[in-house]
Design a protein around this ligand. Structure first.
Ligand code: AP5
Length: 227
């Protein structure tokens, strides 16, 4: 945990297994702090939908619950980081996921005179994640996330944010795929907690708490590093 006062655009990492709440919380932090959410999952799904070369290579791996190759993910991430809107600071959601990605991120940030300000681990129990993911759906119009029991739209059948009435569920949200995604998390991503601890930028949040409680804990951390 660092108390350094930052004058460059903050770089916040949300680490956590599938269903931990990275996307839900990243969108809230984006609105609260004027940062940009960069989700490699969203970028990869867009590439799959667009039928790009990277998307075609990623599709089967994602459907099986494995990790897409570092080369593809790093290309997509570097492209996105080159856009003008990220100059205000970023929340990295689902990236990095391997040691090679973490090291590549350090190099990319160093070239820009930036560094990771906090890597926040959302700590949850595996068993609860299958329920969270199986109940998840999003607005087909604006992407706002919901859950069958934990976060329903205020008016049934209409998105709170844009009023859209069409909703969708992800292709990789089946129970057996979620278990593969959890395995990939523990084998390849969880070791990054020690990597960021070694750099003195690791924070932890109990993400079994309610969405509002997790948000409050995250706001405290992000306020500290964005001041
Ligand atoms: P990605 O899209 O990143 O998925 P993920 O990491 O598996 O995470 P999820 O999006 O499933 O969960 P989340 O933590 O965002 O939870 P959410 O907020 O939605 O990656 C998908 C795939 O792409 C990967 O499997 C891989 O193949 C590939 N990929 C992506 N990045 C990669 C990379 N860097 N390298 C290689 N491959 C990569 O919440 C879940 C549900 O729970 C929601 O319904 C929500 O409302 C609810 N909820 C949230 N918080 C709470 C709470 N506190 N209490 C109760 N309910 C809650």
């Amino acid at each position: 945990m660092s108390d350094e006062v930052i004058t460059r655009p903050p770089v916040i990492i949300l680490l956590g297994p599938p269903g931990a709440g990275k996307g839900t919380q990243a969108r809230m932090l984006e609105e609260a702090f004027g940062l940009v959410q960069l989700s490699t999952g969203d970028l990869l799904r867009a590439a799959v939908a667009a039928g790009t070369h990277a998307g075609l290579a990623a599709k089967a791996v994602m459907e099986a619950g494995g990790l897409v190759s570092d080369a593809i993910v790093l290309d997509i991430l570097a492209d996105r980081m080159a856009a003008e809107d990220v100059s205000a600071g970023v929340i990295l959601d689902g990236f990095p996921r391997t040691a090679a990605q973490a090291e590549a991120l350090d190099r990319l940030l160093a070239e820009r005179g930036q560094k990771v300000d906090t890597a926040i681990s959302l700590e949850v129990e595996d068993e609860a994640m299958v329920d969270r993911i199986a109940g998840r759906f999003t607005c087909a119009e604006c992407g706002e996330g919901y859950h069958d029991t934990h976060k329903q739209p205020a008016r049934a059948g209409a998105c709170d944010k844009c009023g859209g009435t069409a909703f969708k569920r992800r292709a990789d949200d089946k129970a057996e795929t979620v278990r593969e995604r959890l395995k990939a998390y523990h084998a390849q991503t969880a070791p990054l907690i020690a990597y960021y601890e070694g750099k003195g930028v690791q924070d932890r949040v109990d993400a079994m708490a309610s969405i509002a409680e997790v948000r409050s804990a995250l706001r405290t951390i992000v306020s500290r590093v964005s001041d």
